[in-house]
Design a protein around this ligand. Structure first.
Ligand code: FMN
Length: 232
């Protein structure tokens, strides 16, 4: 582990992490990005396959092209939402639809597009078959699937970023324009683009995250068993 890492208490990082959609127009230094990415790769993964690959987008023209795709995708999305207006608003009164993230996408200093590489990730025979265009399709149900080994790397990335004073957003919305964005980024057909993490210096004021209390989502010993209040 490098000895020049910032010192932040783990629980401060966890309790202060917020989904940040508006960023200052100020780059994150490459050394900081490098440290954040290294922390990400310390995550656990299925069979230690480390199936992640990162495309780090900092180029304004690439961001502009991605934004154009997403603006187009968001033009019709609201009619399809299953959640109510109230459910789509968070504790800071912000919309969680991702529209703000799309509107400000070209100002995100670094967009880390997180991909799953089957050449490392596939663990069982017959998990995937190849399509004529070189992409792969699932042919056998995999416990947890691809995301499970990537999401923990993303969480590490966001917590490490926070220690560096860098805010973040986890998102899966590039899926709405998966083929076009893979094309823009030159991601080969057989590589799965799964999610993305925005990194940058926040240009919005956010308090602590608000969450459903633990006792409402936890069952002791069997479903319905009361967790109680062990911390008094
Ligand atoms: C699987 C997943 C997908 C998400 N997709 C989006 C998204 O497409 N756009 C967006 O703005 N935020 C997205 N988010 C961020 C959530 O909206 C955010 O984590 C949630 O509202 C809690 O925010 P908070 O920690 O600031 O309270 C996603 C989060 C997860 C875990």
């Amino acid at each position: 582990m490098p000895d020049d890492l910032p010192d932040m208490k783990l629980f401060d990082a966890i309790y202060g992490l917020r989904a940040t959609r508006i960023y200052e127009d100020r780059p994150v230094p490459d050394e900081v990005l490098d440290s954040i990415l290294e922390a990400s790769t310390m995550a656990c993964s299925s069979g230690n396959t480390q199936p992640w690959e990162f495309v780090v987008v900092t180029d304004p023209e690439q961001k502009r092209r991605i934004k154009a795709e997403m603006v187009d995708a968001f033009a019709t999305i609201d009619a399809e939402r299953a959640q109510t207006e109230a459910q789509l608003t968070d504790s800071s009164g912000r919309s969680v639809t991702g529209r703000a993230a799309v509107e400000h996408l070209d100002r995100v200093p670094a967009i880390v597009v997180v991909c799953w590489n089957p050449d490392r990730g596939i663990r069982m025979k017959g998990e995937y078959a190849e399509n004529p265009d070189g992409s792969l399709r699932e042919t056998r149900e995999i416990p947890g699937g691809r995301g499970v080994s990537l999401f923990q790397a993303c969480q590490n990335m966001m917590l490490a970023a926070r220690a560096w004073g860098v805010s973040s957003l986890f998102t899966t919305f590039f899926f709405l324009r998966r083929e076009a964005i893979k094309e823009i980024l030159g991601i080969p057909p057989r590589i799965f683009m799964e999610c993305a993490v925005f990194l940058g210096y926040a240009d919005e004021k956010l308090g602590r995250p608000r969450r459903i209390p633990v006792e409402k989502v936890t069952h002791r010993d069997r479903w319905g068993g009361s967790w109680g209040t062990p911390r008094g």
